[in-house]
Design a protein around this ligand. Structure first.
Ligand SMILES: Cc1cc2nc3c(=O)[nH]c(=O)nc-3n(C[C@H](O)[C@H](O)[C@H](O)COP(=O)(O)O)c2cc1C
Length: 308
């Protein structure tokens, strides 16, 4: 059974995954703690926490609120910064077989470019995921992902500084995600990942104020799966670069829905916080389905769910 996928077919280095199941940014840290509880070498890839030029403390507490079938977070890109990532984390990743992709976030186009420049040639880094979709920071983040022109500019700036495969991560908080996807693809992105979280709010009724320290938050988990699935379906019709589907995936059948809608690979986020083995269970679910259906190659399933 062939499960391997190529996420950057037009990039010289390529981004080859042994299977299509990845761990999503922000839900497995830098993978080092996660590696103590899960056999990470069985995963397709790991995406690390969103990384900025300087270390960030993140937003005030509380940062998490459970919702019906979902999670609202306003972590606010707490991270160790690019320098510590290169010095302390990349050498650990270099010894792993599983590819690690670094998720980057900037306050300006120049910051995205600088982050990419710093990652060039760093052993242990297999790709860059450009986060133009974080709803939990005051500056930058989602702003870049809400305009086709700005998203394209960030993409070109990153591409001009790196030979690494570049995945651009899109926000669902837009009128038409296909327009943004098209602009980013034309600007040279190797692949797209979608979706990041959906902006939401929780109210503390006893305190009569917003519950989260960051006021609004990003909704994730099963609550957003139909939204994400529709967006993958839409974007698949608009672009011809690989799509990584993400949003509420908890089991093999969820992942299969995304693949049939047009995703070449999938990312598992919130489910990791409930069950760290979720990505491996997703993978096993896909394998069982393919066995049952007598399928040879996962590629046969990508985008098969077309409207009649
Ligand atoms: C606690 C938490 C932190 C996150 N941090 C990041 C981040 O740093 N960068 C990023 O691009 N996405 C981040 N995300 C978004 C996820 O990677 C994913 O796109 C989103 O949660 C939807 O997938 P899910 O429903 O499987 O969680 C975060 C999500 C959660 C729940």
């Amino acid at each position: 059974m062939k499960l391997c996928v190529e996420l950057a077919p037009h990039n010289q280095r390529g981004l080859h995954l042994q299977n299509p199941v990845m761990a999503a940014s922000g839900t497995v840290g830098y993978g080092t703690e996660y590696a103590k509880v899960v056999d990470i070498e069985r995963l397709g890839a790991i995406v690390c926490k969103g990384t900025t030029l300087s270390p960030r403390q993140g937003n005030p507490q509380p940062r998490l609120a459970e919702t019906a079938s979902g999670l609202l977070n306003s972590v606010g890109l707490q991270n160790i910064g690019i320098e510590a990532l290169i010095k302390e984390k990349a050498p650990i990743w270099a010894a792993w077989r599983v590819p690690v992709i670094v998720n980057i976030a900037g306050k300006s186009i120049e910051e995205y470019a600088e982050l990419s420049r710093r990652l060039e040639g760093v052993a242990g880094v297999s790709g860059i995921e450009v986060n133009v979709s974080c709803p939990n920071v005051a500056q930058g983040g989602m702003d870049f992902g809400q305009s086709p022109q700005a998203a394209a500019k960030v993409t070109s700036a990153v591409k001009s500084e790196t030979t690494l495969p570049v995945i651009v991560k899109l926000t669902p908080n837009v009128a038409d995600i296909a327009q943004i996807a098209l602009a980013v693809a034309e600007a040279g992105a190797d692949a797209l990942s979608l979706i990041n979280t959906v902006v939401g709010l929780a109210i503390d009724i006893a305190g009569r104020r917003p519950f989260l320290g960051g006021i609004s938050g990003g909704l994730s988990g099963p609550a957003i799966k139909p939204i994400a699935l529709y967006m993958v379906y839409r974007v698949y019709q608009a672009v011809n670069i690989p799509i990584i589907g993400c949003g509420g995936i908890c089991c093999g059948d969820d992942a299969l829905e995304f693949i049939m809608a047009g995703a070449t690979a999938v990312q598992i986020g919130t489910a990791n916080l409930v069950n760290p083995n979720a990505p491996l269970e997703v993978l096993e679910g896909i394998e069982r389905f393919m066995e049952r259906e007598g399928m040879e190659d996962i590629a046969e399933l990508v985008g098969v769910a077309k409207a009649p």
